[in-house]
Design a binder for this molecule. Structure first.
Ligand SMILES: Cc1cc2c(cc1C)N(C[C@H](O)[C@H](O)[C@H](O)COP(=O)(O)O)c1[nH]c(=O)[nH]c(=O)c1N2
Length: 235
């Protein structure tokens, strides 16, 4: 059997890698143009087709277009962001305060992806030992949506500078439902070529060869074909 039989076509593979490499966290570039319902439906379907522990599908999607709700969430962000800024001093504090870290009011849609921690009953296959696997599953749904959105030309920004309890209260979540991701979605003026935090001088992408270890933590990858290929593909 030819090992390439199951491969996508070259154009399809290029499309997938393009979505991965050109996906951005967006907060400064949102347009107010509405996202058509059929496009949003495709994004939600992409999220719903993520893998999940024991096929638990612990996610729900709260689609928020109400200005009132968005304003309430924006206030939570403001308070938490003030606190976060106090972690830095001097130039770093100045830089932090100049970063735009949310697009809650500018984006036409806010979406909260939650995790229902009791979905599927008390014994979910694969979740007997590592309880957090339900949360991991929801993160994969977020990433599916994020990549599909990039292919649709829609920007997504994840806002985590939020007090979860206040967010849960604002969205009237039941006790066993945890707000994993608060996302802002919309068409954009542009997708930056690099992460905004890198463009603004906050932090850079680490070289991949420092992150790939051989056979155990801290053991460098030996010089060989994998190391060469990684170095050649560094982007
Ligand atoms: C769990 C989690 C939480 C957050 C983020 C991401 C993730 C995965 N990111 C986006 C983050 O800053 C961004 O992904 C990195 O800077 C890399 O940039 P690109 O996503 O490649 O553009 C993010 N960005 C932001 O402006 N405000 C925020 O609160 C958060 N929170």
């Amino acid at each position: 059997m030819n090992t390439s039989d199951n491969r996508f076509s070259e154009a399809e593979r290029n499309g997938l890698y393009r979505a991965i490499h050109e996906r951005r966290d967006v907060r400064s570039q949102f347009l107010s143009d509405p996202v058509p319902p059929e496009v949003l439906a495709r994004l939600l379907q992409a999220a719903h087709h993520a893998p999940s522990v024991g096929f638990m599908q612990p996610w729900d999607f709260i689609v928020i277009d109400s200005l009132e709700v968005r304003q309430a969430v924006r206030e939570i962000f403001e308070q938490e962001n003030q606190k976060a800024a106090e972690n830095y001093a001097g130039e770093r504090a100045d830089l932090y305060r100049h970063l735009k870290l949310e697009g809650i009011l500018e984006s036409p849609i806010n979406l909260c992806i939650t995790c229902n921690r009791s979905r599927g009953g008390p014994h979910v296959l694969g979740r007997n030992t590592i309880l957090e696997t339900d949360l991991f599953s929801v993160c994969l749904a977020v990433q599916n949506l994020w990549l599909a959105a990039r292919a649709e030309g829609i920007g997504v920004g994840w806002v985590s500078i939020l007090d979860q309890e206040r967010l849960a209260e604002t969205l009237e979540l039941p006790d066993d439902v945890y707000p994993v991701a608060y996302l802002c979605l919309g068409y954009v003026t542009e997708f930056l070529p690099r992460p905004e935090l890198e463009v603004k001088g906050w932090r850079s992408r680490l070289p991949i060869h420092e992150l790939v270890h051989g056979n155990g933590w801290g053991q460098p990858l030996e010089n060989g074909p994998l190391k060469t290929a990684l170095d050649e593909q560094e982007v």
